[in-house]
Design a protein around this ligand. Structure first.
Ligand code: CA
Ligand code: CA
Ligand code: CA
Length: 331
């Protein structure tokens, strides 16, 4: 039924839209738009009725500044999409600009070129709980880079509270981004960032799974008048990147809704049981649970407690399994 709707919409829109119009991915609890103008990065995003990403100067994805040529990627241009494939509920759908696709889960697999000096392979999955992205940037020639953001995301101006957390749950920063004064707030050492709207009771938790190459990474929030934009900045590589070097970033954005008193804890564990941090609780997470449950070495480890200790008694046992069963979806 869902497929049929999407095909019907494609037939209708193919006649009427102008070239370059964004596509819309529509699920029961979220709507995303993305299109060729910004190399198929997200332009707007609404989750459970809350506008997380606005389309005013919105920029998502991977962006860098080549030392002499300037900015490349996403909203800055200079990114040539070589191939992009859309999966709607696991089935490939032809991308027709301007089309509204309806489904439960979407996945976009994209290969693109930045100028002639780097390529990007990006896989972005949207599901009912999160937006999960893996991005790999490979340099094709020796390149002088002055700034490199493997990930950035424009979040709405209503998210004025923020926290920075290191792995797995030490708060390194708690503060506000509410002046709209274009200041940059650096959160060194944090690989989990929470942003929260105290009046609306909604927020977004961004989890970076930072690999070895990102030892010197540094997230920051730019408090612009239009939004509070979150960046992952890569530092400490000098400014020459050699041909063949590859950088991989894995990012999961979990939108959430919770009472103000609990929001900071929710950022640490936005989805109980999702130890793999892809927005789904499935067999991969169950394998982690089993390791936590059965091995005395892991039983009380911090990661086990963070993701699987439902009743807060610092262990992972049968009581916690009851909670996991509630979330577990095996398909
Ligand atoms: Ca702001
Ligand atoms: Ca998972
Ligand atoms: Ca427990």
């Amino acid at each position: 039924m869902i497929r049929r709707v999407a095909i019907w919409m494609a037939l209708v829109f193919v006649q009427s839209v102008s070239a370059g119009a964004a596509i819309t991915l529509e699920a029961p609890n979220y709507i995303a738009t993305l299109g060729p103008d910004r190399a198929y990065t997200i332009e707007t995003l609404t989750y459970n009725g809350v506008r997380i990403v606005d389309n005013i100067g919105s920029c998502q994805g991977t962006v860098l500044r080549e030392s002499t040529l300037g900015w490349f990627g996403s909203c800055h241009g200079g990114e040539t999409v070589i191939a992009v494939t859309l999966f709607v509920d696991g089935e490939v759908e032809e991308i027709v600009d301007g089309t509204v696709y309806q489904g439960m889960r979407f996945r976009l697999v994209k290969d693109s070129l930045l100028g002639d000096f780097a390529n990007i392979h990006n896989e972005m999955a949207l599901n009912e709980n999160a937006i999960h992205e893996t991005t790999s940037v490979t340099f094709l020639q020796n390149t002088s880079i002055s700034v490199f953001y493997p990930f950035l995301s424009s979040h709405s101006n209503v998210f004025t509270e923020e926290v920075g957390i290191n792995s797995p749950r030490e708060f390194l920063h708690k503060g506000q981004t509410d002046l709209d004064d274009s200041s940059s707030l650096y959160l060194p050492g944090s690989n989990v960032i929470g942003q929260y709207d105290p009046s609306g009771g909604t927020g977004i938790a961004t989890h970076f799974q930072i690999t070895d190459s990102f030892d010197a990474s540094n997230p920051f929030i730019w408090d612009r008048s239009a939004d509070n934009k979150l960046y992952l900045r890569f530092l400490g590589f000098g400014n020459l990147i050699e041909a063949g070097e590859e950088f991989v970033s894995v990012t999961t954005r979990y939108p959430f809704s919770v009472d103000a008193a609990d929001w900071q804890e929710r950022v640490i564990r936005p989805l109980y049981g999702d130890s793999t941090r892809d927005g789904l609780v499935d067999l991969a997470d169950f394998a982690d649970f089993a390791a936590c449950w059965q091995s005395p070495d892991f039983q009380g480890s911090e990661a086990c407690v963070v993701w699987f200790d439902a009743d807060g008694d610092q262990d992972v046992d049968l009581q916690d399994f009851a909670e996991l069963q509630r979330n577990l979806k095996v398909e």
